[in-house]
Design a protein around this ligand. Structure first.
Ligand code: 6R9
Length: 645
C-alpha cells in the first residue's frame, strides 16, 4: 500500500463531528501563536478551587523544569466525579462487564462517587495522606478505578502495578516508590485460569519491603487466602463501615497525581511522575478531541489499568469529560472467539480503542466470527501501542468498522501522559499506518542522529520542541536520569526514542524505536518495515525482526514468524521471499524461525531485546522477564532456535 492511499472521512461521520478541518486549523494556529492564552483557555475545561493565572513555565534547558498552571489548585477526583453530580448524577459513569456474560454492574456518577469516597475514607483511616504512595495491584474490576480515584481524592499518589509482574518485579517497584499501602485481590480471573495476586504480593513483601504498612485485600473469587495479622485487612468490611462522603484534598497543579513504571532501553524501570493540573487538562483535552467525545458515547478502551493507556483513557480522560466508560474484565476470545464483538453489541459501544497486537490476533479468527455481530453502535475506532501495519489497519476499518468508522492511530508514550500525534477524526483524512498529524500545541520535529533539524519530507528521530501540559515531570527519585534520558540527545528537545518519517503532506509514520533499527551493510532497515512485508503474506499472523551481529554486513536480520497454520510447508522460505520482494535483496533474513508465539509485554509490545538475545544464543542474563505477559514463551523460543552451531 502506498503513502498516497488516503481514507477520506466518511461523510456520515464528518456531518456530526465536533471538530472539522477549519476548527482544527484555528486551534492549531491559536496554540502556536499564543500558547499561554490557548492553554489557559483549555484549563477552563476543569473545575479549579483556584483558577491558574499562568500556563507554562517550562524549560527543556539546563536542569529541565516542567511546570504548568503552577498557581492553580484542584482535585482530580472532584473533576472526575463531584462536578458531574448536579448535571448527570444519574448517568452511568462505569459499566463493568465481568468475564461471564451475567456479571454486569452499572454505576452512576453518584454511585461511583460514593464508592470512591468510602475507599478514600478507608485509606485515610489507615493514616494514608497527601504525598504518600499507594500501590494498586488489582484485576480489571470496579475497585481498580475506585482505588485510583480514592488516592487522587486524598492526595496520595497511586502506583498501579501489573497483575502479571513477578514477586521480584513487584518488590523492586514497591521499594523504589516506598509505597505505604498495597491494595490487592485474592485472585484474578484470566479465562479459565486464576492468577494468585495475593500470594505473589506476599512473596514480594517477603523479599523485604519495609515501607509497606498495610495490605488491603479485595475478594474477587472468594478464595481463602492467608492473612497476616497486623498487616493484612479484608477490604469489603472496611468499605461497608466507611462514611459515604469524603472531603477532597485541595492539591496544587504541580502536586504529583501518580507514578507509573515503564521500561527504557537501559536500567531498571523508571517511575514516571505525572502532575495533577497539566495531566488532567491533557487527558480531558485529548480524549474529547481525538475521540470526538459527546454525550451518549460509550467509550471502551481495552487497556489494562496498569498501562498508561488505562490511566488516561479508561479513567481520567473519559470521566473528566462526563463520559460513560466500559471496563471489561475478560479476554478477547474467552469463552469463545468473538467475545469482544459480543461485548460491543451488548453495551452499544460507540468508541473502541485497542492495540495492534489485539487486532492482529483477532484477524486470526475466521472473518465469519466478526461478521456475525452487528457492531452498528460503533462510530469510531482507535489504535495505540505500536505501529499498526496497513494490513491490520484496513482489516480493522473494514471488518470491524464496516468502512463507516474512522480509525485514529494514536502515537504517544507513558512519558507524554496522553496522545500527541493522531488524526482528529472529523478533520484529518487517514492513511493506514500513519499516526498523521500532531495535535494542536504539539511541536513535533525530526532530528538527524547528530541533532540537526530536518525540514519537510524526511526521516529521523522524533522529538518535541516545546512542553505540553500532559508531559511527565520527572523520574521518581531520579531527575538527573530524566534529564539525561530525554533531554541530552539534542539540547532543547524532548527525545522520544522513536524514529519517524514525515511525508509530503506532513504526515508522521512512526518507524519504531530507534534502538530497533537494523543496519545491514550500511542500509538502515526498520524492524517494522520488515514485519509489515511479512504480514502481507496472510499465512503469517505476525512476526518480529531483530538485528544480530554479522561478520561482513555489520548486522544481519533474523525473523521470528508466527504461522496461521504451522503444518504448511516452506513457510520460512516464504517469509524470506516476502522480505526480499518487499524491501530488497540486501534485507534477506539470515534466518527465519517459525515460532508458536512472540514474547510480549502486558501492553502487547514485542520484546525484541529478548528475541535478539535468543537469536544470538546469549541465554545468560536474559534480563527482567517480569514485564512479559507470558514468561513460558522464553523456553519455547529457545527450543525452536536450538543450540549454537
Ligand atoms: C501509549 C503507549 C510507548 C511506545 C512509543 C512507541 C510505541 C505507541 C504508537 C507507537 C507506533 C503508535 N507506540 N503508540 N508506535 N504507532 N500509534 O503505548 O505508551 O507503553 O510507554 O509505549 O510505544 O514506540 O515510544 P508506552
Amino acid at each position: 500500500m502506498s503513502d498516497k492511499e488516503i481514507f477520506q472521512i466518511p461523510p456520515s461521520f464528518a456531518a456530526q463531528a465536533g471538530v472539522d478541518g477549519g476548527r482544527l486549523r484555528q486551534m492549531t494556529g491559536a496554540a502556536a501563536r499564543d500558547p499561554e492564552q490557548f492553554w489557559l483557555g483549555e484549563a477552563g475545561r476543569l473545575d479549579w478551587t483556584q483558577r491558574p493565572t499562568v500556563a507554562s513555565g517550562s524549560s527543556f534547558a539546563g536542569d529541565v523544569s516542567i511546570r504548568w498552571f503552577a498557581d492553580g489548585r484542584l482535585n482530580a477526583s472532584v473533576n472526575c466525579l463531584d462536578r458531574h453530580l448536579a448535571e448527570r448524577g444519574e448517568q452511568i459513569a462505569l459499566i463493568w462487564q465481568g468475564q461471564e456474560a451475567a456479571q454486569v454492574e452499572r454505576l452512576t456518577y453518584r454511585a461511583l462517587h460514593e464508592r470512591v469516597c468510602r475507599m478514600a475514607n478507608v485509606l485515610r483511616g489507615l493514616g494514608v495522606g497527601k504525598g504518600d504512595r499507594v500501590a494498586i495491584h488489582l484485576p480489571m474490576v470496579v475497585e481498580g478505578v475506585v482505588a485510583m480515584l480514592a488516592c487522587a481524592r486524598i492526595g496520595a499518589l497511586h502506583v498501579v502495578l501489573f497483575g502479571g509482574f513477578s514477586a521480584e518485579g513487584l518488590a523492586d517497584r514497591l521499594n523504589d516508590s516506598e509505597a505505604v499501602a498495597v491494595i490487592t485481590a485474592d485472585e484474578a480471573r484470566r479465562g479459565p485460569k486464576r492468577i494468585a495476586l495475593k500470594t505473589v504480593m506476599d512473596e514480594a513483601l517477603a523479599r523485604g519491603v519495609p515501607s509497606v504498612r498495610h495490605m488491603l485485600v479485595l475478594a474477587v473469587t472468594g478464595l481463602d487466602v492467608p492473612m497476616q495479622e497486623g498487616r493484612d485487612l479484608a477490604l469489603a468490611p472496611l468499605l461497608a463501615q466507611a462514611a459515604p462522603d469524603c472531603p477532597a484534598a485541595e492539591m496544587e497543579a504541580e502536586d504529583p497525581l501518580f507514578l507509573l513504571y515503564t521500561s527504557g532501553s537501559t536500567g531498571k524501570p523508571k517511575g514516571m511522575v505525572h502532575s495533577t493540573g497539566g495531566y488532567m487538562v491533557w487527558a480531558s483535552f485529548t480524549h474529547e478531541l481525538v475521540f470526538d467525545h459527546r454525550a451518549g458515547d460509550v467509550f471502551w478502551c481495552t487497556a489494562d489499568i496498569s498501562w498508561i493507556t488505562g490511566h488516561t483513557y479508561v479513567v481520567y480522560g473519559p470521566l473528566a469529560n462526563g463520559g460513560t466508560v466500559l471496563l471489561f474484565e475478560g479476554l478477547p476470545s474467552y469463552p469463545a472467539p468473538g467475545r469482544w464483538w459480543e461485548v460491543i453489541d451488548t453495551h452499544k459501544v460507540t468508541t473502541f480503542y485497542t492495540a495492534p497486537t489485539a487486532i492482529r490476533s483477532l484477524m486470526r479468527d475466521d472473518d465469519a466470527v466478526v461478521k456475525r455481530h452487528a457492531l452498528d453502535s460503533l462510530r469510531l475506532l482507535g489504535s495505540v501501542g505500536e505501529p499498526i501495519s496497513p494490513d491490520a489497519w484496513v482489516w480493522f476499518h473494514e471488518a470491524v468498522g464496516r468502512g463507516r468508522c474512522p480509525v485514529v492511530d494514536t502515537w504517544w508514550q507513558t512519558e507524554t501522559g496522553g496522545i500527541l500525534i493522531a488524526p482528529v477524526p472529523g478533520a484529518v483524512p487517514q492513511k493506514p499506518g500513519s499516526a498523521t498529524l500532531p495535535l494542536p500545541g504539539v511541536e513535533a520535529v525530526l532530528l538527524t542522529d547528530k541533532g540537526e533539524l530536518i525540514e519537510g519530507e524526511g526521516e529521523g528521530c522524533l522529538c518535541i520542541a516545546r512542553s505540553w501540559p500532559g508531559q511527565a515531570r520527572t523520574i521518581w527519585g531520579g531527575h538527573e536520569r530524566f534529564r539525561h534520558t530525554y533531554f541530552s540527545f539534542s539540547p532543547g528537545y524532548y527525545f522520544s526514542g522513536d524514529g519517524a518519517r514525515r511525508d509530503a503532506d506532513g504526515y508522521y509514520w512512526i518507524t519504531g524505536r530507534i534502538d530497533d533499527v537494523i543496519n545491514v551493510s550500511g542500509h538502515r532497515i526498520g524492524t517494522a518495515e520488515v514485519e509489515d512485508v511479512v504480514a502481507t503474506d496472510h499465512r503469517f499472523v505476525e512476526c518480529a525482526a531483530v538485528g544480530v551481529p554479522h561478520d561482513i554486513k555489520g548486522q544481519g536480520l533474523v525473523v521470528f514468524a508466527v504461522a496461521r497454520d504451522a503444518s504448511v510447508p516452506d513457510l520460512a522460505e516464504a517469509a524470506s521471499l516476502a522480505v526480499t520482494k518487499g524491501i530488497g535483496r540486501y534485507a534477506v533474513p539470515e534466518r527465519v524461525y517459525l515460532v508458536p508465539d512472540l514474547p510480549k509485554t502486558r501492553s502487547g509490545k514485542i520484546v525484541r531485546r529478548l528475541l535478539r538475545k535468543i537469536a544470538c544464543h546469549e541465554l545468560e542474563g536474559l534480563g527482567d522477564l517480569s514485564t512479559l505477559a507470558d514468561a513460558t514463551i522464553v523456553d519455547r523460543l529457545i527450543a525452536v532456535v536450538g543450540p549454537a552451531k
